[in-house]
Design a protein around this ligand. Structure first.
Ligand code: ZN
Length: 138
C-alpha cells in the first residue's frame, strides 16, 4: 500500500463529532488532555482500523475501547509517552482489553491487517503504523 499522509481534522475545537468511517467517529480519537485542540488522525491508519473491525465483527468493538488515540505533545508527556510516539502523529491507538480472550482477538486481527507495531500490556494492546515490524511487552 502506498503511504499517503491524509488527515481529517477540525480547527480550533476538540468537541466535535462526526463519522470518519462506518465504525469510527472523530471523537473516538480525541486527545484525553481535555484541551480544545484538533486531534488529527491519519486516515490510512483509520481505514486499517476499519478493516480490523470488519474482521472482529460483533465480537469486539474497537471504537468503544480506545484508551488513547491522538495525543498532543503536552498530554504525551503527561502520560510518559515516547518522544517519537506515533500517537503524536495520529497513527496509533491503545485498545483496552478486559481479559486474555479480548487480547487474543485484538492481536490476531491486528496481525491479519499487518500493523507495524503490535504491543501488549495486561489491559490494553498498542497498535501503530510504523514501517518496522515489532512487538513489545509492556
Ligand atoms: Zn491534548
Amino acid at each position: 500500500m502506498t503511504k499517503r499522509n491524509m488527515y481529517f481534522t477540525v480547527k480550533g475545537t476538540n468537541h466535535v463529532n462526526f463519522n470518519l468511517t462506518k465504525s469510527f467517529k472523530y471523537a473516538d480519537f480525541h486527545c484525553k488532555c481535555g484541551g480544545k485542540h484538533p486531534s488529527p488522525m491519519n486516515l490510512d491508519f483509520v481505514f486499517k482500523l476499519e478493516k480490523m473491525q470488519d474482521i472482529l465483527g460483533d465480537t469486539f468493538k474497537i471504537a468503544k475501547n480506545i484508551n488513547s488515540g491522538f495525543r498532543c505533545e503536552q498530554h504525551n508527556k503527561t502520560v510518559g509517552g515516547s518522544r517519537s510516539s506515533f500517537h503524536l502523529y495520529g497513527k496509533a491507538v491503545d485498545i483496552g482489553t478486559k481479559d486474555s480472550t479480548e487480547r487474543y482477538l485484538v492481536c490476531r486481527a491486528a496481525f491479519q491487517i499487518g500493523f507495524g507495531d503490535i504491543s501488549v500490556a495486561a489491559n490494553f494492546v498498542h497498535i501503530d503504523d510504523r514501517d518496522k515490524k515489532q512487538m513489545r511487552i509492556y
